[in-house]
Design a protein around this ligand. Structure first.
Ligand SMILES: Cc1cc2nc3c(=O)[nH]c(=O)nc-3n(C[C@H](O)[C@H](O)[C@H](O)COP(=O)(O)OP(=O)(O)OC[C@H]3O[C@@H](n4cnc5c(N)ncnc54)[C@H](O)[C@@H]3O)c2cc1C
Ligand code: SF4
Ligand code: SF4
Length: 244
């Protein structure tokens, strides 16, 4: 404020000052040392008009006294919150979000701009409160990841994906809501039964989205779903080899 309005005096009521990031401590010091902003540790209890001024009443916890500041302008520092529909967006697209409805990255250190759902990337304040430099860095990283995806003619995926045995599948689609990555859908197939051509629905797994978690395989009652490399037969053979 003092930078914009010469001779003005700023007061900042605070409970905790944190300055993470490059040059942020210097920014805070410039406000206090160069521009003389006064930081008062305590909460504001009331703001009320008095004449042509606004009176801010609060507590200075460091001296243990109530203080009042007559101000020309009061700026309220409100919390940055997620969009009200953020959780619904995450649920529909099939990736996770935290307790504050900010979207969750696949791995905070190793996959900071990716979600667990293939092809969906994160950038900016939807993932958590952040400033413009961090937003731009994350958006650039997400763009680079997407360019890398499109630079190939074919996409390499993990071979351990779920597969459907259509002859066993009843088409109940109970497996569909169980998949956390929205990799399962229904599809229509035609088959010849007793000389008649019949149409029916079976489950199908999008191998580009499947993460091989195995959740669907245990949910399928007829045993139509199997994980490549970890099929029921392979697991039983391993148990037999180890235990018998
Ligand atoms: C009061 C305030 C002051 C700030 N001052 C600074 C500062 O001085 N310096 C600094 O570095 N950072 C500052 N920031 C932080 C900065 O604003 C953010 O880091 C930055 O805006 C994040 O960019 P973004 O693109 O992720 O989100 P946004 O800029 O919020 O853009 C998200 C866009 O998505 C749209 N949107 C949301 N939901 C949907 C939906 N469902 N469908 C379609 N569109 C949707 C929104 O309308 C919006 O246009 C400040 C933030 C606030 C709140
Ligand atoms: S794979 Fe199993 S659970 Fe899924 S639709 Fe077919 S029978 Fe139902
Ligand atoms: S193995 Fe996991 S990710 Fe793959 S289809 Fe089944 S539930 Fe979805």
């Amino acid at each position: 404020m003092a930078e914009k309005i010469e001779g003005s005096q700023s007061y900042v009521f605070y409970m905790d000052v944190r300055t993470p990031g490059k040059n942020y401590e210097e920014f805070y010091k410039r406000a206090t040392e160069e521009y003389g902003a006064k930081y008062i540790r305590g909460r504001v209890s009331k703001v009320y008009p008095q004449g042509d001024k606004l009176v801010v009443r609060g507590e200075d916890t460091l001296i243990g006294r109530q203080v009042e500041v007559e101000a020309d302008m009061v700026v309220l520092a409100t919390a940055m919150v997620a969009q009200p529909d953020a959780a619904e967006v995450a649920r529909r697209l099939g990736f996770s979000y935290d307790a504050n409805n900010f979207f969750t990255e696949a791995h905070p250190k190793l996959r900071p701009v990716e979600t667990n759902t293939g092809g969906i990337f994160l950038a900016g304040a939807c993932q958590g409160p952040k400033d413009i430099p961090d937003t731009v860095a994350q958006a650039s990283a997400a763009a680079a990841k997407i360019c890398a995806l499109f630079s190939k003619d074919q996409m390499a995926t993990d071979p351990m994906v779920s597969i459907v045995d259509e002859s066993k599948c009843s088409g109940c689609l109970l497996c569909k809501p169980i998949c956390p990555y929205k990799a399962i859908d229904g599809k229509k197939i035609t088959e010849r039964v007793n000389g008649k051509v019949l149409e029916r629905v079976v489950a199908t797994v999008n191998s580009g989205l499947c993460h091989g978690c195995g959740a669907c395989t245990v949910a399928c009652r007829p045993g139509a779903l199997n994980l490549k490399g970890f099929s029921n037969e392979q697991i039983l053979a391993e148990v037999e080899a180890l235990c018998l």
